[in-house]
Write a protein that binds this ligand. Structure first.
Ligand code: FES
Length: 225
């Protein structure tokens, strides 16, 4: 794909993401209550765009096109997310994935969720709100929650939450992140990447986006919508 084509594809991706938020929304409080009542998180549909960059980690089991659907968030996980005022919640899913004519396959996947005040998050994360090209085209905080990609923005390993360190720790090269995803140590050039979260018809939808690793700006590599 040429650079020009890649840029067009990336812009197309961002337009698609933006359009998802053009729909009228209920108030945040009503949305949150509805979300928790239904305790359902899904990824609906998928459109994949791949640029010629090296990717170490990916949530996409095979390729970047096809259909993907998350299984419902359990009541226990939904309750934990709503109470997650000081520690993140690991939200696990069964990713059902269909690529072309191949049979549907399943893979265990996860994201990290935190509950946080939007103003507090914005103040803590200049890499999202102030770095040129770092801003997301969707609200990083929605329904009072932030959903983080589990992929380290350095070179794509998967980080974990350490209760003793009170940080996210990446085992590959030592990058560390606070509860709100702020980068505090190690070689990563930016904080953790938020994923879009929206309420629709009483359920919560997460759109999976994979960003280019090891760049201060968030450059879309692929996404599921
Ligand atoms: S991949 Fe996480 S620190 Fe390098």
């Amino acid at each position: 794909m040429s650079n020009h084509g890649a840029a067009d594809a990336s812009e197309g991706v961002q337009r698609e993401i933006l359009s998802a938020y053009d729909q009228p929304e209920t108030s945040e409080e009503v949305s949150r209550r509805t979300f928790m009542a239904n305790a359902t998180m899904t990824i609906s549909g998928i459109i994949g765009v791949v640029l010629a960059v090296p990717i170490v980690g990916s949530l996409l089991p095979t390729g970047t096109s096809g259909k993907g659907t998350w299984s419902p968030l359990t009541k226990t996980e939904a309750d934990a997310l709503n109470e997650a005022t000081s520690k993140p919640v690991k939200l696990t899913f069964t990713l059902k994935y269909k690529d072309g004519y191949l049979p549907t396959t399943e893979a265990d996947e996860y994201v990290w969720g935190i509950k946080i005040d939007p103003a507090k998050f914005q103040a803590a994360r200049p890499d999202i709100y102030k770095v040129a090209g770092g801003n997301t085209t969707y609200p990083a905080v929605n329904l009072g929650f932030v959903i983080f990609s589990p992929i380290c923005p350095h070179l794509g390993c998967r980080f974990n939450w350490s209760a003793s360190a009170n940080k996210f720790l990446c085992p590959c090269h030592g990058s560390q992140y606070n509860f709100d995803g702020t980068h505090v140590a190690g070689p990563a050039p930016r904080g953790l990447d938020p994923l879009p979260l929206r309420e629709q018809s009483g359920a919560a939808d997460v759109t999976w986006i994979q960003y280019q690793p090891n760049t201060p700006a968030r450059i879309v590599v692929s996404y599921q919508a």
